[in-house]
Design a binder for this molecule. Structure first.
Ligand code: GLU
Length: 299
């Protein structure tokens, strides 16, 4: 049984970029005769815009992208994330971290690590139990241990993306031990997404390519929690006029609800789906693209 999902963060309305991801995940579910779920990822409360969740649901409805079950809100699922963290703590996968951003930067400088422009440096492992733990400081956040001191390869994750092909990342080297529960008390995206995909029975994740480099962290977490890994397909991003990923920051406008078919056609074009011969409406266009998608991706 195929279960897919679209998981928007309600930081604003859907725009042309988020619609590509929504359409891709909907089409993939339909082409597999699967179920399609919508999950509102509103755990990062300070970034959420009040009312954006309901607006997104109305936009999806206007585009005839209708979920097969009632949407869920991550902000109501804290108990599940707590249980997962409890398990990771009990099994030694999670450890408390007392480092501030400044502490981390100082440790990175002391190691001689240099930051490439715009890139994050990996967490240097200061608070790992074998490195002396909290060093007498109070705990601020909880992190996942990405590698074991006795197994060099433990943090190397390989997977096959259905569109991008074979992918590999050494998570310990690329990002280091990553945060599960943030210093401000909020659940980290990586933990929430892994717990929810598993608890909702998601078998296929289809989302934008900008999230591809989160996948190895999520696979490590699935392993640590003993959860199955879904199949992944990272869809192309809509590009802004300047060639960069289209985002709210570079002028993506909210989807025009008065003309959803035009917006859907643009999203379909980004997925290389040819326009239907003579579309007489959204329903017919979606049926046509679903048939093409089914042929293209197989079952
Ligand atoms: N909530 C994330 C976003 O809007 C997507 C998460 C996911 O699909 O895994 O960027």
């Amino acid at each position: 049984m195929y279960v897919g999902r679209f998981a928007p963060s309600p930081t604003g309305p859907l725009h042309a970029g988020s619609l590509v991801a929504a359409l891709a995940s909907w089409l993939d579910a339909r082409a597999h005769d699967g179920q399609w779920l919508v999950r509102i990822e509103d755990i990062d409360a300070p970034r959420c815009v009040p009312g954006a969740d309901q607006f997104i649901l109305r936009q999806l409805q206007a585009c005839h992208l209708l979920p097969d079950a009632a949407p869920v809100w991550q902000s109501r699922r804290g108990a599940l994330y707590r249980q997962a963290l409890d398990r990771l703590q009990a099994s030694g996968w999670a450890y408390p971290c007392g480092c501030s951003r400044k502490d981390i930067e100082a440790a990175q400088t002391a190691r001689g690590s240099r930051r490439a422009r715009g890139a994050e440096l990996p967490y240097p492992g200061t608070c790992r139990p074998e490195n002396g733990g909290l060093h007498g400081r109070p705990p601020r956040a909880w992190r996942l241990r990405t590698g074991a001191s006795n197994a060099d390869e433990a943090s190397v994750v390989s997977w096959i993306d259905r569109r991008l092909g074979r992918q590999q990342q050494d998570v310990e080297r690329a990002v280091g031990d990553f945060v599960l529960l943030r210093a401000d008390g909020l659940w980290a995206y990586q933990l929430a997404v892994v717990v929810d995909d598993a608890s909702q029975g998601v078998t296929h994740v289809v989302r934008g390519e900008d999230l591809a480099d989160n996948t190895p962290r999520q696979i490590l977490l699935q392993r640590a929690l003993g959860l199955p890994a879904p199949a992944y397909l990272h869809a192309p991003l809509a590009l802004a006029a300047d060639g960069h990923k289209l985002s709210k920051q570079n002028g993506a406008r909210a989807l025009d609800l008065s003309d959803p078919l035009t917006a859907l056609q643009a999203a379909a074009a980004r997925l290389d789906l040819p326009p239907p011969g003579r579309p007489s409406g959204i329903g017919e266009s979606l049926a046509h693209w679903t048939a093409v998608w089914r042929d293209r991706w197989g079952r």
